[in-house]
Write a new protein. Structure first.
Length: 289
């Protein structure tokens, strides 16, 4: 990795809402410590994008989570030549999670992801530096649902998520610009119906945690057994990891036993794992795109 990581904040409009998005990208600008959201990052703020074209990668965060919680992974990928966009899903984030467990959320998230991709390809700062009509999505937890839905999955909302307490098919138009998916402890129960993932035929890198208290092991089986091309799924279980292993390490004032996302099983080295994860994802994306 020889490039700097540039950083820019943009605003995404999807027709019904407006939400922020942090973009990390390869740059030759000088890095310095900056405040990005709640955290400090060493980046080249608002620096120009490195010459040439780069593949767009969008990271969809988990339910009730934060986009900048994936800053470690995003910066590594940016330094390796990718333009990485991190949208903050409205009303399903750390500050406002009012849409959790609703069919509205199941509809909104894929639409927001599409809007984020549109925003990047329309942006005067980035469009000339992106490989045309090509995007990869990294989805953690609920972000995994979001990625699969936009890639052609056909989810069904459960009775507990609808106003009339009846299951409802969520209709989402797939985005043909998606060329690869990375699923990190994906949430997949909405794709249990026969054929729900049959139209998902993209290369998929999937990582799950063996101590995951939120995404059960059968969640990954839904993917492996349901997608149209199972041979395109590369899956590994991360030993001694929990559901939050995919998040960036938290600063000392947030690393407390009562804040579960900051905690790891005894002996698990999150920084070292994230370095390996970034290398695995980068190698996968370079190979399939």
């Amino acid at each position: 990795m020889t490039q700097s990581a540039g950083c820019r904040t943009v605003e995404v409009r999807d027709g019904t809402s407006t939400f922020p998005m942090v973009v990390l990208y390869p740059s030759t600008g000088a890095e310095r410590v900056e405040r990005v959201g709640r955290y400090e990052m060493t980046v080249a703020m608002n620096a120009p994008v490195s010459a040439g074209t780069h593949v767009l990668v969008v990271i969809s965060h988990g339910s009730g989570g934060s986009n900048v919680a994936y800053r470690t992974l995003a910066k590594s990928l940016a330094q390796d030549g990718f333009v990485v966009a991190l949208p903050l899903h409205p009303r399903n984030n750390r500050d406002d999670n009012s849409l959790a467990d609703t069919d509205t959320l199941l509809e909104n998230r894929p639409r927001e992801l599409r809007a984020a991709i549109d925003c990047m390809f329309d942006s005067s700062n980035f469009r000339e530096h992106l490989v045309r009509d090509t995007a990869a999505v990294i989805g953690h937890s609920m972000g995994g649902y979001t990625a699969l839905a936009l890639a052609g999955g056909r989810p069904i909302a459960g009775p507990h998520e609808t106003e009339d307490h009846r299951p409802r098919i969520i209709r989402i138009d797939p985005d043909p610009r998606l060329k690869a998916l990375v699923l990190l402890a994906p949430a997949t129960p909405w794709f249990q119906a026969p054929g729900a993932l049959r139209n998902v035929r993209l290369p998929i890198l999937m990582r799950t945690a063996d101590n995951d208290e939120h995404a059960s092991g059968w969640f990954s089986e839904i993917v492996k057994r349901g997608v149209g091309e199972p041979r395109l799924v590369e899956h590994k279980v991360v030993a001694n990891a929990n559901h939050f292993a995919f998040l960036s390490p938290f600063p000392p004032d947030m690393t407390t036993p009562d804040f579960a996302p900051s905690q790891d099983p005894p002996g698990f080295d999150r920084p070292r794992f994230l370095e390996q994860l970034a290398n695995d994802i980068s190698a996968f994306l370079h190979r399939v795109l």
